[in-house]
Design a binder for this molecule. Structure first.
Ligand code: GLV
Ligand code: MN
Ligand code: MN
Ligand code: MN
Length: 419
């Protein structure tokens, strides 16, 4: 198949200028952004995207969980090919994670729109851009919330009732940024023909291999837990050591146990505790309760299950050692799964036609495509992350790679829209 929507310098310059504008919203001093879900900064990026799409003739709609769509009618009455990612960020996060994918989708869809206007051709499917609500899961857990509601993996009511640490619900936070629509925009089963997403790799594989494009063929599995370590509040000076039930001591042992677990399994297990809340968190008080968020990931479902069992045994020992009780519950889990082989093949054909160096990759991070692939044919693409840095202000991808990624995504969208 020939290239239908060729790249040009004007389009590249427009993409980079828009990325600079977007990156200024919620900018942090060292080049990152802070735009957690449904905060004012998230609201500002969504408003900016909405105007950008409206100016170019997209119909902008929000659904009840805050997913924002830009619908482009190219083939009236037909289903849509969706492309997108997320505009929300981690606290002090990078400016590329998610935002690049949404902007890339908007530019790719707009190039397609102009192409069809020029040629007068009608594709088989319509095209839509989407910003999935709360992919990061930092303010409201779990991650990938908007896409999970869209695909039916999470009930809408559960998502809307989820609270942040201040007790604010998703529903209230969305209303505060004018981010909630009144109904369905698209039905995942009926209205979506395919989904495409481009994202920074967030790892080093592409950078090391010198390839510009990663074709995601599978995903690591993940187990995430909420944990409470419960002790009893006491005086740090007056209480004898033997009498203490120090929740923070118990939590510290859990953190160490997690790291030792990863060390035991080598490179096929990643573990961390990224969040810890101490109560009452006062200098002269032995902690009565600590909440932790645990994250275990592996390319192997079996290895993850085994590591989980080892951890369970160790937690029982820690309960005795620190004289605390430990409760944990799954907050989010997904299996190691494959992406659609036809999607990988389509992306490989596009990359070959455009002469772009590519390789297959297995994503370790979760993406909205992790949900979408369960219900519609999905293509997931990566562009390189310099030194693999992500969820940090120093996250970086070169302008050249950003532009090449949009070029590939445009052609992928064109082919998906042609069915
Ligand atoms: C989200 O990006 C995750 O990998 O948990
Ligand atoms: Mn992301
Ligand atoms: Mn992220
Ligand atoms: Mn992610």
């Amino acid at each position: 198949m020939t290239i239908r929507v060729p790249r040009d310098d004007v389009a590249d310059a427009a993409l980079l200028a828009d990325f600079t504008t977007l990156s200024a919203i919620g900018a942090t001093p060292a080049g990152g952004v802070e735009r957690q879900a449904a905060t004012d900064a998230d609201g500002q990026t969504r408003a900016w995207l909405g105007s950008w799409l409206t100016e170019r003739g997209f119909a902008v709609r929000q659904d009840q969980v805050g997913n924002l769509f830009g619908l482009l009618e190219l083939a009236p009455g037909r289903p849509y090919v969706l492309a997108g990612s997320h505009l929300d960020s981690q606290p002090r996060g990078g400016r590329f994670d998610g935002a690049y994918g949404v902007l890339a989708a908007a530019h790719a869809a707009d190039r397609l729109r102009r192409h069809h206007r020029r040629t007068g051709r009608t594709p088989r499917y319509n095209v839509a851009v989407v910003d999935w609500f709360n992919e990061e899961g930092s303010r409201f857990k779990p991650s990938m919330m908007g896409s999970a509601v869209f695909t039916g993996a999470m009930p809408l009511d559960t998502a809307l009732a989820t609270t942040d640490v201040a007790g604010v619900t998703v529903a209230t936070a969305l209303r505060a940024i004018d981010g909630q629509g009144t109904g369905h925009v698209l039905d995942a089963g009926r209205d979506v023909a395919a989904y495409a997403e481009i994202h920074i790799e967030q790892g080093r594989e592409l950078d090391k291999a010198g390839n510009t494009l990663g074709l995601v063929d599978s995903t690591w599995a993940a187990n995430k837990y909420e944990m409470s370590v419960i002790g009893s509040q006491a005086h740090t000076g007056a209480t004898a050591m033997a009498d203490r039930q120090d929740a923070l001591y118990g939590a510290a042992l859990v953190v160490v146990a997690l790291r030792e677990l990863a060390d035991r399994y080598g490179t096929d297990l990643h573990t961390s505790c990224g969040q810890l809340t101490v109560h009452p968190n006062s200098p002269v008080v032995v902690a009565r309760e600590v909440h932790l968020h645990l994250d275990l990931r592996s390319p192997s479902d079996d290895l993850l299950a085994e590591a989980d069992e080892v951890l369970r045994t160790r937690l029982a020992e820690i309960e005795v050692q620190a004289d605390v009780s430990i409760q944990r519950r799954f907050s989010h889990t997904w299996k190691g799964q494959h992406y659609h082989p036809e999607g990988v093949a389509l992306a490989a054909a596009v990359a070959d036609d455009l002469g772009i160096g590519h390789q297959r990759v297995r994503t370790r991070a979760g993406h909205d495509s992790t949900n979408l692939k369960d219900v519609v044919p999905t293509v997931m693409l990566f562009v390189p992350s310099v030194e693999g840095i992500s969820h940090a202000e120093a996250e970086y991808t070169t302008d050249e790679d950003l532009c090449t990624g949009v070029d590939v995504l445009t052609e992928v969208l064109a082919r998906l829209a042609d069915g």
